[in-house]
Ligand binder design. Sequence first.
Ligand SMILES: [Zn+2]
Length: 634
Amino acid sequence: MTQTPEAGPGPASATIVAQHAHLLETLPFADRQDFEDAHRGFIAALEPAVVRDADGRVVWDNDSYAFLAGDAPETVNPSLWRQSQLNAIQGLFEVVPGLYQVRGLDLSVMSFVEGERGVVVIDPLISVETAAAGLGLYRAHRGERPVTGLVYTHSHADHFGGARGVLGQERVDSGEVPVIAPAGFTEHAVAENVFAGTAMSRRAGYMYGAALDRGPLGQVGAGLGQTTSVGSVTLIPPTVHVTTTGQEVVVDGVRMVFQLAPGSEAPAEMHFLLPDLRALCMAENATHVLHNILTIRGALVRDPHAWARYLTDAIELFGEQTDVVFASHHWPTWGHERAIRFLVEQRDLYAYLHDQTLRMMNQGLTGIEIAEAITMPPALENAWHARGYYGSVSHNVKAIYQRYMGWYDGNPANLWKHPPAEVGRRYVDFMGGADAVVAKASDSFAAGDFRWVAEVVSHVVFAEPGHEAARTLLADTFEQLGYGAENGTWRCAYLSAAHELRHGGFGTPVSAAASDLFAQLTPEQWLDAMAIRVDGPRAWHERLTIDVALTDLGQTHRISLSNGVLSHTSTPGPLPADLTLRLAMPVLAGLLSGALGLGDLGSAGVEVAGDASALSRLLAVLDEPDPDFAIVTP
Ligand SMILES: [Zn+2]
């Protein structure tokens, strides 16, 4: 190795270049239909495609992807390069007369359906700033139409975060503008941020490559879209819930017929037909990627069986009335036959992964083995929209195994493994010491066996994190794996890991924490969130009960701490609590979030009765999550 530890990314190796050449020969690059579709109906671009917040900070910069021109460089998988070129096409587009989309202004796509008086907005992007820019672009070309309805197709932040950029709360409160969402929307929209938010946000930094420079050696896109915008995330709570499939809602003369799809790509999700436009919105369940059964930032495993079922149902319910299918990511697919084929292939994609994983599982293969053994049908292999730019066959198969079987593969050798630093120390010792492992692994690197180098040299880094040659070799290796990856999130993860090995941790560059989301948390969710911050050992010997009377909600919750566990109930028994607090929900939220301290109780109007020390003792056992935790080093 000639690079010093501080050196940056190197060139693509011969192995990666050959791998790319093979893809160029085998995938149908001559098929340009997607480019035709991604440009179809183009009205205008946002120029410059840079969106800033009120302080002038850039929250979106699509122009930074101008390098995505021409053939793929050797350091980018040509299939991912192609997908990124498509995702970077930005502007306002007509889907059919009356239905428009703004694409390339965020990770997600915002759609507009024109009504009698104004326009119904579908999925207002992630940030207020990008949503406002998108609406502005629409209005510049379609007139100053008021927003007369807002639809959230599902409970992920890239489909509601920009709500306040297109609509004011007062027009919702007055009943003038309905906000429509699937049943369970709000609970799920906030729930994801409650329990594992810190860990997911830190890992999302890897998944989207937020700390990476954009360019052929860095971030080129995330497959689902280019990246996430980083403006203000908001939420206007829904006022109309879709509770049954077949439910029809008419807003401003726009007819929408809904199909619920809970527990698919999101826990609360729905598709809908615009029968008067013969246009079908598939939310995020049929897009131009193989989506995630389990996103690599971490999440609960999704249900591919139900997902495929909903796609079958959508075809049966709406297929005959569909001439164009669109989603809240990527470009639409036009023509009845093409739309149906697209839906069938998407359905078969998830069903095939599910069924074949189960088949092989029942033959005794484990997730890691199935991920290597499974082969996709040629028709899906060659369908661009079915390729693994966001989800991958490899990690989705392991996720399906995990959903049914859990983390343990059944082999007791794996039942009681040492943690990484311990196992690393032992491996390195058995293999003749760190220098010997690095020397041998350098040969494997030269031979292009990057997966193996990552495995063994990671043991060295966990055994001896200060071993510079090991860190450099591991960073070089992650870069090669990143250059080779067809999956946008894998590329980002590998290159982020290399970046941290070379330059140190970048922490959590983008956090989804938003006051609108916190405001929607129920008292129970706040108390659950507090419970998972209790430092168990520190709280072992603490015993206390506090009644929290929420004056604005008319509820009382009893918090009890015992054995390092914080439990709560809304039906306190007859025994008196150590302390009773009478306060409003926002004050409780402030106390639990740390925005308010014990010294603020008086000014916040909190009434305290009983042993006031109970509250300070409780706050003293609460731990803080760490948004900077190490990932590729011990
Ligand atoms: Zn999305």
